[in-house]
Design a protein around this ligand. Structure first.
Ligand SMILES: [Zn+2]
Length: 198
């Protein structure tokens, strides 16, 4: 199966045409709805519950019931792909060797905006935040250090709710702020919709 076919199948089985572009690597976050996207295709895990032999504290066997969590999957080139991971990786154009944590409670949701890759560390999970950081490191000056940029952006976002880049940058507090560094910070905190449109 070609990638084009996979893209069409995913768009059809989710009843969301925008996903075709995403799978082909041509989509952006703006193409996605905020709401859950329900997968009508295959799922891993058996439907409902199944019986399993377990052992209690006294080591005596008993029959327990276990519930499989169903996850949306699709087969492509002899491999089974988890749809949310596939979409997320296509959207950001790179693989994420992390666990994907679902942020909504809809079992068959595949909206990549409702998932977050998390690193596992000694203390548990930690959101993987810097995946949007641009490869080119912004240069911070003496006047505008990384902490200063972070501080004014956080104040601006706390005091007002700018809808886009020009609304944000026209706030009095943002006057004279270095644009490249502000854009990089917005990416790093997962607010790419506020960055300037290319
Ligand atoms: Zn969802």
């Amino acid at each position: 199966m070609k990638l084009e076919t996979l893209a069409k199948r995913i768009a059809k089985k989710s009843r969301t045409p925008a996903l075709e572009k995403i799978v082909l690597g041509q989509g952006t976050v703006q193409d996605l709805p905020d709401t859950c996207i329900i997968w009508h295709g295959a799922a891993s895990g058996k439907n409902g519950h199944r019986q399993r032999m377990r052992r209690g504290y006294d080591n005596m066997p008993y029959t327990g019931i276990s519930f499989d969590h169903r996850r949306p999957v699709i087969n492509f080139q002899k491999k089974t792909y988890q749809i949310p991971r596939l979409l997320f990786e296509k959207l950001h154009d790179k693989p994420f060797p992390f666990r994907f944590h679902q942020l909504c409670a809809t079992e068959m949701c595949i909206n990549p905006l409702h998932f977050e890759p998390r690193k596992v560390n000694l203390f548990g999970y930690e959101p993987f935040r810097d995946f949007e950081a641009p490869p080119e490191e912004p240069i911070y000056s003496e006047e505008w250090g990384q902490e200063d940029v972070k501080e004014i952006v956080e104040i601006a976002l706390t005091e007002s709710t700018p809808l886009n880049w020009s609304e944000l940058m026209s706030l009095p507090i943002m006057e004279g702020a270095p644009e490249k560094q502000v854009a990089a910070y917005l990416q790093s905190i997962g607010k790419p919709h506020l960055t300037p449109v290319a």
